[in-house]
Design a protein around this ligand. Structure first.
Ligand code: AHG
Ligand code: MN
Ligand code: MN
Length: 341
């Protein structure tokens, strides 16, 4: 790298501070929180990259709150993120896929609540396919009673103050939003820093890729079946047939959708009547990112981020991506809606 190129590099830390300076009243706490997550992400990235050689791959023999097998790296990522958040003393509680209840931090006076999926796509770990971490940040409503309660965390996605993800792929990428667009960073392992690669990512308004686990086709609702058949039909003018891409790590599928456009769907089915993905630490944060990039996210009926949560681990169906694709699938769902006999 030339000296001139080096001088132009903006690190995640610098960028967060520059962005904070645009808000004269900012206390710097949210910036600190984002920097802490960035640090934990670097540690997780390092561990993911050497997972094969340190024998950290594979099951640890326990299951998470959803009865799924937990891999060692899930636990490592969970611990790294929690201890990073504990260090800065501004987070009062963490809700993680890997923990049944809320995790109360020592800094219980802190004003932030953090939801996270410490490692998303963990079934892909063993086969060296991209995985990620997802986070979603809320403020605790000020209350006289200092006790930390789960209800404090039951806020709709529109109340998120920041959200983002880290993708451990062919390179490690971090994306975050505080509601002013989406910024994208790439980890340069030679200097150990996340470098700004795009300060304002925009999702294409339409894309020619659909992403869904088609193995469950037989248990979908009629409108969804018709939409997928539409995607597969030949029509040169509208770029069909679309390409099918499904990684099986939501973060990776959403990252591709953000960059290339198209649609990612995880519907309800017989096996998952409420959908498989989790509202609070998968769907809300990734919907915030996609919306901030100009996209849309719905549960098939309404906006994901307007769902009033009733439980910290609840599931939801999701249709997310380029606005034209999402609007189109919604039209199919309405047109072929099953009416109860
Ligand atoms: P996690 O590894 O955090 O449990 O999440 C896995 C999720 C999500 O990343 C992915 O989109 C989905 O499971 C894949 O599910 P299917 O195998 O049912 O398609
Ligand atoms: Mn997940
Ligand atoms: Mn997970």
């Amino acid at each position: 790298m030339t000296e001139e190129q080096n001088n132009r590099l903006v690190t995640l830390e610098e960028y967060i501070i520059q962005s904070q300076n645009r808000f004269p009243g900012a206390t710097g706490e949210l910036s600190q929180l984002l920097r802490d997550i960035g640090l934990a992400a670097k540690i997780i990235s390092r561990e993911v990259n050497k997972a094969g050689i340190t024998n950290i791959l594979g099951f640890d023999g326990t299951t998470n709150v959803h009865g799924e097998s937990v891999k060692k790296l899930d636990i490592f990522a969970d611990q790294q993120l929690i201890s990073a958040l504990e260090r800065s003393k501004i987070t009062c509680m963490v809700i993680s896929e890997e923990n049944d209840g809320i995790v109360e931090l020592k800094s219980s006076g802190g004003k932030y609540i953090v939801y996270m999926d410490p490692l998303d796509g963990s079934s892909n770990i063993d086969v060296n396919v991209s995985i990620g971490s997802i986070f979603s940040i809320y403020q605790r409503e000020p209350r006289f009673d200092p006790a930390i309660r789960e209800e404090d965390a039951l806020q709709p996605g529109i109340k998120q103050v920041a959200a983002g993800y880290v993708l451990y792929g062919s390179s490690t990428t971090l994306a975050y939003t505080t509601g002013l667009g989406v910024s994208l960073f790439t980890l340069d392992p030679s200097i150990g820093e996340f470098i700004l690669s795009d300060p304002k990512v925009k999702i294409p308004s339409h894309g020619c890729i659909y992403s869904i686990n088609e193995g469950s086709y037989n248990s979908w609702e009629p409108g969804l079946k018709k939409y997928i058949k539409y995607c597969q039909e030949e029509d040169e003018e509208s770029g069909r047939p679309y390409s099918a891409r499904y990684i099986g790590s939501m973060v990776a599928d959403i990252h591709r959708t953000l960059i290339k456009g198209g649609i990612f769907i995880y519907p309800h089915s017989k096996k998952y009547p409420q959908g498989k993905l989790r509202l609070m630490y998968e769907c809300n944060p990734l919907s915030f990112i996609i919306e901030q990039a100009g996209g849309m996210a719905t549960d098939g009926k309404g906006r994901i981020m307007e769902i009033e949560p009733t439980s910290i681990h609840q599931h939801t169906p999701i249709f997310i991506g380029s606005p034209e694709n999402v609007t189109h699938v919604m039209d199919f769902l309405v047109e072929y809606e099953e009416v109860a006999p």
